[in-house]
Design a binder for this molecule. Structure first.
Ligand SMILES: Cc1cc2nc3c(=O)[nH]c(=O)nc-3n(C[C@H](O)[C@H](O)[C@H](O)COP(=O)(O)OP(=O)(O)OC[C@H]3O[C@@H](n4cnc5c(N)ncnc54)[C@H](O)[C@@H]3O)c2cc1C
Length: 401
């Protein structure tokens, strides 16, 4: 058998690279196996970072596009603008983000083998052998996404509920107000989730996700929204897509010295389907834990990891996912859209920093419903303003958009 590593991480995306880097910075010998051939290709995500994620990632400012509002469209294409002072989302130049993440990991001493899929491993007394790769490792981290092969190889928990996402990247798409994430409720094109138009720093991303299995009608969605934006000079340069686990944390996340991380562990919000923040937050925690436990027996590591890895379980958001899976018809959403309570609830979903189910969130919901602004010493809860169906001709004039 070839080289021995302390840690082998499967998957060179947000979770795997963050974990690998933290472990390498603590002096461990770390290998990352990645089936994609380079950091910038085969990407599957839109890459929007919530504000909380920014604290966990070091990026040059020009790869980020700050977006302070959400323009939420009803099926009728009426819209409401949502914002919370001091809060922002960040669109990203994703290939550059992944390039930077990989380069940072390599600078920290991580060895990354691109174009090297993990297929199987054999647990031995003290080490885990990876025959196709001719290496052995003391710890194995499965950061290999929603359909983790590491999880299946070691009988760990697997994701069972998914959305399917698909998006196109366009150069030259005009008339997209860069102050907003444009979010579309549409039970026909995107049942169970939403459609989006994201004004990114390099390209505009247009996509949707819907219940899996099911049809992802991106062409139909494009036809629905073509009157809102100027596609006349738009050139499609990339297609991205994949499944998003929305069933919450998988059952068993650790066995001996094999641990799951990121989407493989189901740490994606079942409601918003965002998983990058948790991947970036929990990756270094796992890397540090492994470094602390390098001398422990497999059984001791397993019980410590079970105790200390506090992966979110998303109990309440899983309930809301059930509601989203059975979302009302477009006609019903159009009617609900007129109600302040519906808009206030949307505001909480997108902007409540303490979490949708915190006491503060419900207090703010009551306040928004009653039309009382939040007090100045409180975290921002938000602003809601409304508009009617925007048209392309208004876009250039910068009125409603
Ligand atoms: C269309 C779409 C849009 C999304 N948009 C957002 C968004 O805007 N914001 C957000 O927060 N979240 C979003 N998500 C979810 C987000 O992408 C994930 O939660 C996040 O990427 C999780 O990171 P990860 O490192 O755990 O897994 P992944 O990013 O899935 O990375 C897994 C890595 O493992 C590699 N791999 C898989 N199998 C093997 C193997 N056998 N051997 C070697 N390597 C392997 C893969 O190639 C991949 O690089 C989106 C998801 C999709 C599908």
């Amino acid at each position: 058998m070839g080289k021995d590593f302390d840690v082998t991480v499967v998957g060179a995306s947000f979770a795997g690279l963050a974990c690998a880097r933290a472990a390498a910075e603590r002096g461990l010998d770390v290998l990352v196996l990645e089936s994609r051939r380079a950091p910038t290709i085969g990407l599957r995500t839109t890459g929007i970072l919530v504000q909380e994620a920014i604290a966990h990632i070091d990026l040059p400012p020009d790869v980020l596009g700050k977006i302070e509002g959400v323009r939420l469209y009803a099926p009728s294409l009426e819209f409401v603008d949502l914002a919370a002072p001091g809060y922002a989302f960040y669109a990203t130049d994703l290939p550059r983000v992944m390039h930077e993440q990989a380069a940072d990991a390599v600078r920290s001493g991580v060895e990354i083998r691109w174009g090297t899929p993990f297929r199987s491993a054999i647990a031995e007394a003290e080490r885990i052998a990876i025959p196709t790769n001719a290496t052995t490792t003391r710890f194995l981290v499965g950061a290999d996404g929603a359909q983790s092969r590491v999880a299946r190889s070691f009988g760990l928990g697997t994701n069972r509920r998914f959305l399917t996402g698909l998006e196109y990247e366009f150069e030259g798409l005009e008339g997209v107000d860069a102050g907003f994430l444009h979010v579309f409720i549409d039970a026909e094109s995107a049942p169970g989730y939403i459609g989006w138009v994201v004004p990114g720093p390099r390209v505009a991303q247009v996509g949707l996700a819907s219940r899996h299995p099911g049809k992802v009608d991106l062409e139909g969605f494009l036809r629905r929204i073509e009157g809102l934006f100027d596609f006349s000079a738009a050139r499609r340069i990339e297609t991205r897509g994949g499944v998003i686990p929305v069933g919450g944390r998988v059952g068993r996340i650790v066995r001996d010295r094999v641990v799951l991380l990121g989407d493989a562990a189901g740490t994606v919000s079942p409601l918003t389907a965002g998983g990058i923040h948790r991947a970036l937050e929990l990756g270094p925690i796992l890397g540090e834990l492994i470094a602390d436990c390098v001398a422990l027996s497999a059984a001791d590591f397993e019980s410590r990891a079970e105790r200390e890895l506090r992966y979110p379980r998303y109990r309440a958001k899983r309930l809301l996912r059930l509601l989203a899976d059975h979302q009302p018809s477009n006609a019903m959403v159009d009617r609900l859209f007129g109600f302040d309570l519906f808009r206030a609830f949307a505001q909480l979903v997108f902007f409540h920093q303490q979490g949708l189910f915190s006491r503060d969130a419900w207090r703010d919901l009551r306040r928004l419903f009653a039309g009382t602004p939040p007090q100045s010493n409180e975290k921002p809860s938000g602003q809601v303003s409304c508009g009617s169906k925007p048209s392309r001709s208004r876009a250039g004039a910068g009125s409603a958009r």
